[in-house]
Design a protein around this ligand. Structure first.
Ligand code: PEP
Ligand code: MN
Length: 338
């Protein structure tokens, strides 16, 4: 049960509710929500005097569960929130947000060549990992701050926004100095400390779905960010783990129209990690846009066979150009543009 306070209520009003709950033999967990303060009632078991709570000054409503007050939830008539990638582009409006680039930042020449090509093809942001979440500790872990510097350079030259992953709370300030958008990866979606930390800074967040997370868990991870004040969140479907072996992950595209039904947050699709196979990237990109996605996150490399990470799922520059050309018709069919 949640007691939602009226706008303008103070800590004293909240403390009064907590005291009332204690008198009922219950406990209260104060939530400093933005813009509403709330109190979760702990230990309910039928002993709660709901009418008393509802009649207390500055109480707005008492709800059975958190769902109707989730910051990202969509009410009838709500539009998708438009999240800025940089001053010139966003995700969630009529124009699709296409984010492309290598899995990992490898070298200056690699990044500059890829950045120029994806910009030319119509991407609005450059992706690239400087801190890489790897399954094996013996695999390349990324160039760290040097990688961030290279990303910032490539974006200065091309005008693209920088999207890159942050894995640790202590790196949030550092990554935020170079990036326009902070990516919280699939492995980190359950890291509530990291979610709260990125929620306390102002750069937009690209939140990837954990590969075994349900839609509800995915949306609640976004709430952790929003509760701290940062509402600029782009959700990203990147495939889930199933019994299937012909793909690296199973791209669960039905999540796109479902997110559109229940949430105001924009959602993009990553067909690269979502399939693990470069020949599946273009058809799944088309399908993602056709079912309402607000953009794509695509791995692109100038020479996929030589890529340090994820070469088998990376498009080469020509393939990415063809993807962008072919995508126009799919975008037009759902009244969107590239
Ligand atoms: C990535 O996009 O670089 C990445 C590591 O993806 P995920 O977190 O979805 O595995
Ligand atoms: Mn990758």
């Amino acid at each position: 049960m949640i007691v939602v306070m009226k706008a303008g209520s103070t800590t004293e009003h909240v403390e009064h509710i907590v005291k009332l709950l204690q008198q009922m033999g219950l406990s209260g967990w104060a939530i400093d929500g933005d813009p509403r303060k709330m109190v979760e009632v702990l230990g309910v078991n039928g002993r709660v005097d709901r009418a008393l709570l509802e009649d207390t000054p500055m109480v707005d409503r008492v709800l059975e569960e958190a769902e109707p007050i989730l910051a990202g939830s969509r009410q009838p008539g709500d539009k998708t929130l438009e999240v800025p990638l940089c001053s010139a582009a966003g995700v969630g409006g009529r124009k699709l947000g296409i984010i492309a680039g290598p899995c990992s930042v490898e070298s200056e020449s690699q990044l500059l060549e890829i950045a120029a090509a994806v910009k030319e093809a119509g991407a609005v942001a450059l992706r690239g990992g400087a801190f890489k979440p790897r399954t094996s500790p013996y695999s390349f872990q990324g160039h760290g701050e040097r990688g961030l510097e290279l990303l910032a350079r490539a974006c200065e030259e091309t005008g693209l926004a920088v999207v890159t992953e942050v894995m640790r709370c202590e790196h949030v300030d550092l990554v935020g100095r170079y990036a326009d958008v902070l990516q919280v990866g699939s492995r980190s979606m359950h890291n509530t400390h990291l979610l709260a930390t990125v929620g306390r800074q102002s750069k937009p967040i690209l939140l990837k779905r954990g590969w075994s997370a349900t839609l509800e868990e995915f949306l609640l991870a976004a709430e952790y960010v929003m509760l701290e004040g940062n509402r600029n969140i782009i959700l990203c479907e990147r495939g889930i783990r199933t019994h299937e072996t012909y793909v690296r992950n199973t791209l669960a595209l039905a999540i796109v129209p479902e997110v559109k039904r229940v949430s105001r947050l924009p959602i993009i699709v990553d067909p690269s990690h979502g399939t693990g196979q470069s020949h599946l990237v273009t058809p799944m990109s088309n399908a993602a846009i056709a079912c309402g996605a607000d953009g794509l996150l695509v791995e692109v490399h100038h020479s996929p066979p030589q890529a340090w990470t994820d070469g088998e799922q990376s498009l080469d520059l020509e393939q990415f150009c063809s993807l962008m050309k072919g995508l126009k018709a799919f975008a037009a069919a759902v009244d969107r543009e590239l």
